[in-house]
Design a protein around this ligand. Structure first.
Ligand SMILES: *Cc1c(COP(=O)(O)O)cnc(C)c1O
Length: 427
């Protein structure tokens, strides 16, 4: 469906009913699939035929939704995972193994930071964190002979830094490794990292794609552009025989467009099983059908809230790349011309106490650890996600005690601003 524009793809891509077939994507709630002969089934196990045999690896409902997300991102192939965490782990682990090294932006989601720096470290995979604002020289300096991937977030959660995707891709490619970009916050409606040189895109579909706080999920999209065979010594998993499938070589058999996702599905999903349920995939697709309508409203509300907060005496600063003067305003004009997302963060001058009073007085915005759905919510990291840190540690981490992260939903922006105004007045 390459000829259609992105709004049409949000509604239509990924599934075309047969004549007389169900209009909505059917939920194939079946663990297994029936075959007439063992020979038919054997072909699937040898990756010689396409088809389904067990929903731990692949399920038709999931595949329709993954195909839509791949189309939205302008990629060649996609797959769903049980969560955003699983998507990032699979995307990295599909090309890294014990002894590999990753270069990652330091400005990433806390869960991903832990995944890479704690759990993947235990697997013998090393990481060097770099500033998202690194120069090309600083990025080059982070590479080692065993570097296998570069990782960053288009708009980082919760720091709201904007990644210079072209720069990171250029340096990654000079070292013969792919750039993986977590595009959860802008979604493909506001940024398509593959167009800027990213090789693999990941999502926590739990956020805007689902959009209603209904189902945890993740997605991986491969651009199909990275030439694995040109760097075969770095990527043995893709470029040497997989004995668990009678010695097939993914990059040869499935080519640039199919190798990454086929290996990820037939090897990692087979062995680790972080599959999304077909029910969740169905709900995710309902969210995707209106993603292009919702994102502009999230941006409009985020912009209105950021502009309001910037003028308030109780607020010391506001982070939002849509605000002129924001550190990322210029770069956001390039990568996010229609705006980024609905998440805004700001510091209250009164610190921890002020944040607590402010949040207690909010009537419309709920206190939640979640972000990026239809209902406005907010969080004070110092008293929740980062409560093990003292004020000095928080300051050093760039998360001062008075910082509030606000995820603007789809309500009337005037109601959001009025709610903020009365809660600020209570401080
Ligand atoms: C939430 C989030 C994740 C993790 O996703 P889950 O679906 O919660 O596992 C990864 N990356 C970003 C940017 C996120 O916001």
């Amino acid at each position: 469906m390459g000829e259609y524009r992105i709004n049409t793809q949000c509604v239509q891509a990924g599934y075309t009913p047969e004549n007389g077939g169900p209009r909505q994507i059917p939920i194939i709630q079946s663990t297994t699939f029936k075959y007439a002969t063992s020979e038919d089934m054997g072909k699937l196990f040898d990756l010689e035929a396409e088809g389904y045999f067990y929903s731990r690896l692949q399920n038709p409902t999931n595949d329709h939704v993954a195909a839509k997300i791949a189309k939205l991102e302008g990629g060649a192939a996609g797959m769903l995972t049980s969560s955003g965490q699983a998507a990032n782990f699979f995307a990295l682990f599909n090309i890294c193994e014990c002894g590999s090294h990753i270069v990652a932006s330091s400005s990433i989601y806390g869960g991903t930071f832990n995944l890479i720096s704690v759990t993947m470290a235990k697997m013998g995979i090393e990481v060097t964190f770099v500033s998202p604002d690194s120069t090309e020289e600083e990025l080059h300096a982070a590479f080692r002979e065993n570097t296998r991937a570069v990782f960053g977030e288009t708009i980082a959660n919760p720091a709201l830094t904007v990644l210079d995707i072209e720069k990171f891709a250029k340096v990654a490619h000079e070292h013969g490794v792919p750039l993986i970009v977590d595009n959860t916050f802008p979604t493909p409606v506001n940024c398509r990292p593959i167009e800027w040189g990213a090789d693999i895109v990941t999502h926590s579909t739990t956020k805007y794609m689902d959009g209603h706080g209904a189902a945890v999920g993740g997605a991986i999209v491969d651009s199909g552009r990275f030439d694995w065979m040109a760097y075969a010594d770095k990527f043995p998993g893709l470029c040497t025989p997989d004995e668990s499938y009678h010695g097939i070589i993914y990059a040869e058999r499935f080519g640039r467009e199919g190798a990454f996702i086929t290996k990820c599905t037939s090897q990692l999903m087979r062995d680790l099983g972080c599959v999304q349920s077909p029910q969740s995939a169905f709900m995710l697709n309902l969210g995707l059908e209106s993603l292009h309508v919702r994102m502009p409203r999230h941006v409009e509300n985020g912009q209105a809230v950021a502009e309001f907060l910037q003028k308030q005496p109780q607020v010391s600063y506001v982070n939002y790349s849509g605000l002129p003067g924001d550190k990322y305003y210029e770069i956001a004009k390039k990568y996010l011309p229609n705006g980024g997302c609905g998440v805004v963060s700001f510091e209250l001058k009164g610190g921890r106490g002020a944040a607590e009073t402010f949040m207690k007085n909010l009537k419309l915005a709920a206190i939640e650890t979640h972000v990026a759905d239809a209902r406005t919510c907010c969080l004070n990291p110092a008293t929740s996600t980062h409560r093990q840190m003292n004020d000095e540690q928080l300051e050093a981490a760039g998360i001062p005690a008075g910082l509030v992260r606000m995820s603007c939903g789809l309500e009337d922006k005037e109601d959001l601003v009025e709610d903020l105004a009365q809660a600020l007045a209570a401080i």
